[in-house]
Design a protein around this ligand. Sequence first.
Ligand SMILES: Nc1ncnc2c1ncn2[C@@H]1O[C@H](COP(=O)(O)OP(=O)(O)OP(=O)(O)O)[C@@H](O)[C@H]1O
Ligand SMILES: [Mg+2]
Ligand SMILES: [Mg+2]
Length: 624
Amino acid sequence: MVEENAPPKPVFGVSKPISDAMPEEKDVAMTEILIQSLQKNNAYESRKETDLRFEVLRNVNRLVKEWVRRVTSAKFPHEDLLTPGGKLFTFGSYRLGVHTSGADIDTLAVAPRHVERSDFFGSFYEMLKEDPNVSELHAVEDSFVPLIKLLYSGIDLDILFARLALKEVPDNQKLTDDMLLKNLDSASIRSLNGCRVAEQLLQLVPSIKEFCTTLRAIKLWAKNRGIYSNALGFFGGITWAILVARTCQLYPNAVSAKLVQKFFFIFSSWAWPSPVLLKDMERNRPDIPALLDMVWDPRIRPSDRYHIMPILTPAFPEQNSTYNVSRSTKTILMNELKEGFEICKDVYEGRGSWDALFEEVNFFTRYKHYICLLMAAATEEDKLTYTGFLEAKIRHLIGHLDRNTCISLSHINPKQYKPLTTAKFDVQFENPVCTLWFIGLEFEKTAKSLDLTAEIETFKALLEQHGQTAKGIAEAQVKVNLQYVKRSELCHFISSAELRRGRAHRKPPKVTVTRTASVSGSGTGTAPPTPTTLAAPPPPKNGTESCSTSSSSTTTQEVTNENSEGFQENPSRKRKSLSGHDEPDIEMEEPAEKKATPAAEAEAEPDSAAKTNFLTPEMAPLQV
Ligand SMILES: Nc1ncnc2c1ncn2[C@@H]1O[C@H](COP(=O)(O)OP(=O)(O)OP(=O)(O)O)[C@@H](O)[C@H]1O
Ligand SMILES: [Mg+2]
Ligand SMILES: [Mg+2]
């Protein structure tokens, strides 16, 4: 009798798992405690909010169908197109089941071929405008992925649009087939991408339940560390999701507590710029050659070689989700990942709790020097129109600051603040609607004084230039104002409650990222900085120092480096890192699997060139 063979276990990802060990009792118990900590930290929404979201989606789906029906009968009054359909899909954190209270719902309105994008921004927009449940409605027509943003019954909603090359879009329409992309306009392809990526992600993880809990934990941690924003050069929701999915693939049987720990282990030692992939990239697509141009490929597209932490979306055409990452944001991300790993080690060894991982870190304890960016809009509507535009440009300012050789780090805080007063800014409107951002600055030890006028003026010129061509931006009455502020003067700008939130930052061992060879001079127009020998004072316990009563910031952006940055550095003992480069000595876990199994080799260089056979020496991106 032939013995029936058990079906082979599916392999998730581009390499074998590092460990397929089943969870131990301790891991299960730690996961329970992790979930309790997530609940305590409001990582889950209430039942009431879940029901409201459901209702909102039902209503908007109905609106989409009604709109498609109206457009159809207007365009074909005599034809018997009875079922043009139309459907609302969800994607992003809502689709993955990891959204928190207050998060947006990302949706995609899919219509048949006779419904144009101009109808979406025309008649559909008008329908929304007339709906009494809709507020804060605004179209973002000119962005890379055009969309309509609104609140529906108070729920934040993004609606994208895709026009399929089909006569009808029935209720059971799927978006997974690559051939659907053929003959579509590029905005529709980009808009479909979010849904296709979400579907793929859920297919590519061994356990959706463990993936979701782990991702919730990582997102909460990232938000409270101020490193959650794609637009500002950190990672957005999709990037964190891909990284967590990769961890799940490498430990397919692990439960969430273990996965959180492994997440930090893997990505704090990743051999960047090797790309993170969830599946093999499709190399030969003769059927849709035009789309191959959209696939991330540093061999073909020189600009892809500048991506310093490539993390690729898993649906064709695969794209890098982190093209905004800069030298500064990479340093900040890596420092946080390393600190996260240390905290997880403490939690697992009984020296700390999960709450320590999720604790908010007070941004204003990180630096002594700041640039304060004020956006003053004449009306709420101008503010809504301009905020996204401005936020997408801030990374250019960070880029200019990064290129200044006197600045070792420029750190944009993703959080937006309401200013206490606008007296210190040249605002020009009566009752302006104001938003503040802060950029923390760390200077090179050798820097003595520097003038940031050039960087600030270049940034303002860029806003001016790009604002002229972006729809709705030129008409918006908005004033942008930047100035240098010392930590001791922050109290003049934001409330003391904001200044005291969270715990004080603990300075990590220094990680340096080498500058690219192509970076040009700083353009600051000052003499080369001379060394300073001032000793660093200890960090404040919590919040910031007491507020200085001296006259506040200058308008010339003249900065003096009293002592580079307020904190004592740890002695940086060097050792060889897993990626073969010299890196500061942080204690790395020696995984049990590493000693015993051949799969452990994979851990030494996760997703490395050898394994994925993707980055050969000839095509390796420029080392940065
Ligand atoms: N840089 C990007 N590259 C590729 N896709 C992106 C990028 N930014 C956003 N997206 C797509 O848009 C979706 C929604 O983005 P969004 O910023 O709302 O994040 P999210 O994953 O929904 O998390 P959040 O809970 O913060 O809303 C992402 O899940 C992704 O599919
Ligand atoms: Mg979202
Ligand atoms: Mg969104």
